[in-house]
Design a protein around this ligand. Structure first.
Ligand code: PLP
Length: 381
């Protein structure tokens, strides 16, 4: 069965079961080293490769329609691996509304190595083109962005990158390959915080990279084994297990997110809802063209900042916590949490104010989510 559908492929993975024992649940190869049975033996040391990690890597490569997969200890380790493709003097174009941890990695660590970054609104193609320099080697986009849900046209930005001979990286954390596959649209590399929807249960941190072509794969392989940032066997297994139910979960996340977005839009205390599935979202047409769904993430601003703390902690079921993409609905305050390391003036320019809240809509009963939101909002203002 060559051409399994996405949902079946996610359930069955690459090999799916262990070819050596028949174990249906792919085993956790909890070993650091391997007996060297012959000169061609594929495993030597688990920092270099481990069969459980390898199964995950091959599975995500299949799902993203790329050629090679790589699993890292976190999403940020995957972002770091992409930056490692550059050298002193190089320049990277990156989304202006990038995840706060990526911003901190750039500003507090990576700039020390004299790699320059320009933050660009990736939805504005003219701005993207104008930001190129002779030293530009990479375009790195998040789409939709965290937390303002800005959307970039992946095919158009990838084409611009290709024309100039630079690598195009897409952070596909929010939509996952179930809804969006950047590589067939022209990107060279896809990265994930697999901590989120892919693993899906708020029980592990993991990062994934999928590359297209042997050249980039060779570089990634060297980087992963040399820096030692590979994902541990147990976390690889948890991520594989999460991926099995990705299709089902994403459908429910989306159904609930659409209901929550409509509810919030009509709520008198809410100023604005940021959700790519709303027809009034400025890039709704692009989303419909390049993705088969809108996902489970939304942000909203309140008309008044009074009592925000009570709103955040006021749910019976919805939990006030960092992170996203798991089965439980979480509410986050980007200003003091995910985007705290971004200077106030930069943050506020993007719309990340003291009235902006982010919701990762889980897979609970829709009515329960809406009732809890109503209760939380009643404590505002
Ligand atoms: C879009 C995006 N990319 C990357 C990351 C970093 O992933 P991790 O927390 O797994 O290191 C995050 C984390 O929230 C994220 O939201």
């Amino acid at each position: 069965m060559d051409k399994l559908s996405f949902a079946s492929r996610a359930v069955h993975g690459c090999q799916g079961h262990d070819p050596h024992t028949g174990a249906l649940s792919f085993p956790i190869y909890q070993t650091s080293t391997y007996v060297n049975a012959n000169d061609d033996w594929p495993y030597c040391y688990s920092r270099v490769q481990n069969p459980t990690r390898e199964e995950l890597e091959k599975t995500i490569a299949l799902l993203e329609e790329g050629t090679h997969g790589f699993a890292f200890s976190s999403g940020l380790a995957a972002v770091l691996a992409c930056f490692s493709l550059t050298k002193t003097g190089d320049h990277i174009l990156i989304s202006d509304d990038v995840y706060g941890g990526t911003y901190r990695l750039i500003e507090q660590i990576w700039r020390r190595y004299n790699v320059d970054f320009t933050y660009v609104d990736m939805g504005d193609l003219a701005a993207v083109k104008a930001a190129f320099r002779p030293e530009t080697v990479m375009v790195f986009l998040e789409t939709p962005t965290n937390p303002m849900m800005k959307v970039a046209d992946i095919a158009a930005v990838s084409a611009v990158a290709k024309e100039r001979g630079v690598v195009c990286v897409v952070d596909n954390t929010f939509l996952t390959p179930y809804y969006q596959r950047p590589i067939p649209l022209g990107a060279d590399i896809v990265i994930h915080s697999a901590t989120k929807f892919l693993a899906g249960h708020h029980d592990t941190t993991a990062g994934l990279i999928v590359t297209q072509g042997e050249d980039l794969a060779e570089k990634m392989r060297l980087y992963l084994k040399t820096e030692g940032t590979g994902l541990a066997p147990f976390d690889s297994w948890l991520t594989l297990r999460g991926i099995k139910t990705l299709a089902l979960r994403m459908d429910k996340h989306q159904e609930n997110a659409v209901a929550a977005a409509e509810f919030l839009q009509n709520h008198p205390k809410v100023e604005k809802v940021y959700f790519v599935g709303l027809p009034e979202h400025p890039s709704y047409d692009i989303s419909c063209r390049q993705a088969s769904g809108f996902g489970g993430m939304l942000s909203f601003s309140l008309k008044s900042g009074a009592g925000v703390d009570k709103v955040l902690r006021g749910g019976d079921m919805i939990l006030f916590a960092e992170s996203l993409g798991g089965v439980e609905t979480l509410i986050t305050y980007p200003m003091t949490m995910t985007h705290a390391s971004i200077p106030k003036e930069v943050r506020e320019k993007q719309g990340i104010t003291d009235r902006l809240l982010r919701l990762s809509v889980g897979i609970e009963d829709t009515g329960d989510i809406l009732r809890d939101l109503e209760k939380m909002l009643s404590q505002n203002g």
